[in-house]
Design a binder for this molecule. Structure first.
Ligand SMILES: NC(=O)c1ccc[n+]([C@@H]2O[C@H](COP(=O)([O-])OP(=O)(O)OC[C@H]3O[C@@H](n4cnc5c(N)ncnc54)[C@H](OP(=O)(O)O)[C@@H]3O)[C@@H](O)[C@H]2O)c1
Length: 378
């Protein structure tokens, strides 16, 4: 059977790897739509190859995509409109808070969502999980895909904890003095994964793991006390479940996003996407505690997750502003955590995060505060 598939963010790292999965199994997919923010050239080339029904360009004009597809969407809200077009599965590979409204639209249209955009669950957690009750979210983040697979068929009462592994990023072995001097180019060199710039910086600060703890809390209904993070430098074990009888089920694969993407869009099937198998011989797996004293974004995120309501939204927004400022060399690497901590200390009461209007209000507030702090830091 073919799946009607929409890929949001098709020009990005996740999106392009999703198209590799489609290339490997063309008979399994009918492409509903492809989307980008501004990379019209690549989107045009993708449309010529995959012939989707829709193309959507969030930051651009229709004229940039003339004759690309039967339906061309352009301008603010295009990705959201595409997410609501009937599909069997919508893969959300948009980066950042911008992905939230598309996740909401896809779920409201009763499309199943293969979710790479972790920021959706960080900002909209409980609301998104309520919207997803009738039409599951299948996680695409490799750790959550791993945990999802380890938990399948088990009941909640059997599970003591879930395990999220972290690569530790490029600075895990560096001393604090050297990290103080770290430049964007250093932070963009991820030791095991090749990903978009924002998630690569988040991996270096450990914010990525912090966002993933919040994501896991919502996806699996696990309390923050029962989400365990370990640093696993090899990125081969992606996640696991620790059971009350003392046994642990781990999921392992060589780091290759095509695996969780294919699993997410073809769930429950597993298909060959050309990923290399684990060799085992001569391989060592290590597990270490995170360095929370130096990489403070992880504990900050867990604290924000526990506080709930506006805090995770503010955490995410402040992080996006801080990461951009670091990439533009306006703040130093360790100031990313300082800036987020300062914004979190100021969060007023916005009430429950159960509509786009309220969540966007918090996001705007936190971006303004974070922007002000960046100016002050200059
Ligand atoms: N990369 C990975 O291996 C990986 C692994 C796990 C989870 N994730 C998660 O997956 C998401 C995507 O990550 P990525 O690394 O693939 O990012 P990326 O390479 O930066 O790609 C982002 C995609 O989103 C589009 N986009 C950016 N801003 C947008 C906006 N405002 N509205 C609509 N579309 C927008 C981009 O279009 P343009 O190309 O036109 O800018 C691009 O297609 C993130 O949430 C990340 O945390 C990624």
């Amino acid at each position: 059977m073919t799946r009607r598939l929409t890929i949001l963010g098709s020009t990005g790292s996740v999106g392009q790897q999703a198209l590799d999965v489609v290339r490997a199994h063309p008979d399994r997919f009918e492409l509903v739509g492809l989307s980008a923010a501004s990379n019209a050239d690549l989107l045009r080339a993708q449309a010529a190859e995959f012939k989707p029904q829709y193309v959507a360009l969030e930051h651009g004009e229709k004229s940039a995509l003339q004759d690309c597809a039967p339906n061309v969407l352009a301008g603010t809200g295009s990705a959201r409109a595409l997410a609501g077009a009937p599909a069997d599965v919508v893969l959300n590979g948009i980066v950042g808070f911008a992905g939230l409204s598309a996740t909401v639209a896809a779920l409201q249209a009763e499309n199943q969502v293969a979710l790479a955009n972790k920021e959706s669950l960080v900002a909209g957690g409980e609301w998104i999980m309520d919207l997803a009750k009738n039409n599951r979210i299948i996680p695409v983040d490799s750790e959550h895909s791993a945990i999802f697979q380890c938990l399948e068929g088990r009941s909640d009462v059997e599970v003591a904890e879930i395990l999220l592994t972290a690569s530790g990023g490029p600075f895990f072995e560096w001393d604090k003095g050297r990290i103080l001097e770290a430049r964007p180019g250093d932070a963009l060199k991820h030791p095991t994964w090749n990903m978009g710039a924002k998630i690569t910086i988040d991996s270096a600060t450990m914010m990525n793991k912090g966002l993933e703890v919040i994501e896991a809390h919502h996806l699996f209904g696990t309390s923050y006390d029962d989400v365990r993070v370990v640093v696993h430098r090899q990125s081969v074990v992606h996640g696991g479940a620790i059971f009350r009888d003392g046994s642990v089920i781990l999921h392992a694969a060589l780091p290759d996003m095509r695996l969780p993407i294919a699993f997410g869009v073809l769930y429950p099937e597993r298909v060959d996407v050309g990923a290399k198998p684990i060799g085992f011989g001569g391989m060592t797996w290590t597990f270490e505690e995170p360095r929370n004293d130096v990489f403070r974004c992880l504990p900050l995120a867990i604290e924000a997750g526990r506080a709930g309501e506006a805090y995770p939204v503010a955490l995410n927004a402040a992080n996006e502003v801080a990461v951009e400022a670091f990439l533009a060399r306006r703040i130093q690497f360790l100031q990313i955590a300082d800036l987020i901590e300062e914004v979190l200390a100021l969060v007023p009461d916005f009430g429950a995060m159960r509509s786009m209007e309220v969540i966007e209000e918090v996001d705007r507030w936190a971006r303004d505060e974070a922007g002000r702090l960046v100016e002050r830091a200059r």
